[in-house]
Design a protein around this ligand. Structure first.
Ligand SMILES: [Zn+2]
Length: 275
């Protein structure tokens, strides 16, 4: 079992109430640390990295509104690349979440909110939705982000790129893209066209220079196959308390009282803190 397969297995067992569910990080040393891109939603603060059963020092956390990647050369892509090249990230996970407000905010409402903050519409790009990368559904957004990462010339083929969804109520993780399986087929022409058009979107520098898309790997039909519809956990986490602190790690803040049910993560923890 590879790292993220073990992570999801442990996560599901923990959400189902198995107090002993967890990972031994030493068993996956070659796949760590993990680089994760998530949304800015504060409900996620109490869930990571506990929901992945990873110690904090093996979890490189990037966040933006909607875990959006706007192109294979975008600013977020550059941070993902540096997280791997400089901080030693070995696997990338794009982790969307349920009830994402980026997906639930129509463009007109976004414009109204910005205007209420004093933003002049005339100074915004014409296509505000493209500019901010807003979307209407979480799972396709995760798939699109994974495709951009896999296409990016900034990320080598040795880095698996996964897509996951996390339930903000239970901490349950589910596959969207299994990065160990999804990128083995040659590039498809339609995906190349998609990449070319996307590569010049806002957020990318407008040109990919001499990069050749035909050299890239693209997802085959298995994307999403491993996923099942989200089913709310029938069992609550065995404990509503915060996870036990790891050595050299500050105890996590207790969940806000008003969100006790929401913020209680599964009791997943790395059983072996030293490795
Ligand atoms: Zn969100």
């Amino acid at each position: 079992m590879r790292l993220f397969e073990a992570i999801i297995d442990a996560n599901h067992r923990a959400v189902a109430g198995d107090a002993n569910a967890g990972l031994h990080p030493a068993d996956f040393a070659e796949a760590l640390p993990v680089v994760a891109l998530t949304c800015i939603d504060p409900r996620l603060n109490a869930l990571f990295p506990n929901a992945l059963a990873l110690p904090t020092d093996q979890f490189i956390w990037l966040r933006n509104a909607g875990n959006v990647i706007t192109g294979p050369m975008s600013s977020t892509m550059r941070s993902l690349a540096l997280a791997c090249a400089i901080k030693g990230g070995r696997e990338i996970a794009i982790i969307g979440h349920t009830d994402c407000q980026v997906a639930k905010t129509p463009t007109m409402k976004l414009l109204d909110e910005l205007q209420a903050l004093g933003v002049d519409r005339r100074r915004l790009p014409d296509n505000v939705a493209d500019f901010f990368g807003t979307f209407v559904s979480e799972r396709p957004n995760v798939i699109k982000a994974c495709e951009f990462v896999r296409q990016s010339p900034l990320i080598g083929p040795k880095i698996p790129v996964h897509g996951l969804m996390i339930d903000t109520g239970t901490g349950k993780l589910d596959w969207v893209v299994n990065g160990y399986e999804a990128w083995s087929m040659p590039a498809k022409p339609d995906m190349i066209d998609f990449a070319k058009s996307s590569g010049t979107a806002i957020g990318s520098p407008g040109s990919l220079g001499d990069f050749h898309y035909g050299e890239m790997k693209f997802p085959d039909g298995r994307i999403g196959d491993a996923s099942t519809a989200f089913v709310p956990a029938s069992a609550k986490p065995a404990s509503a308390t915060a996870p036990p602190p790891l050595p050299s790690m500050k105890p996590q803040s207790p969940p806000p009282p008003k969100q006790a049910k929401v913020s209680a993560p599964p009791t997943i923890r790395p059983p072996t803190p030293r490795y």
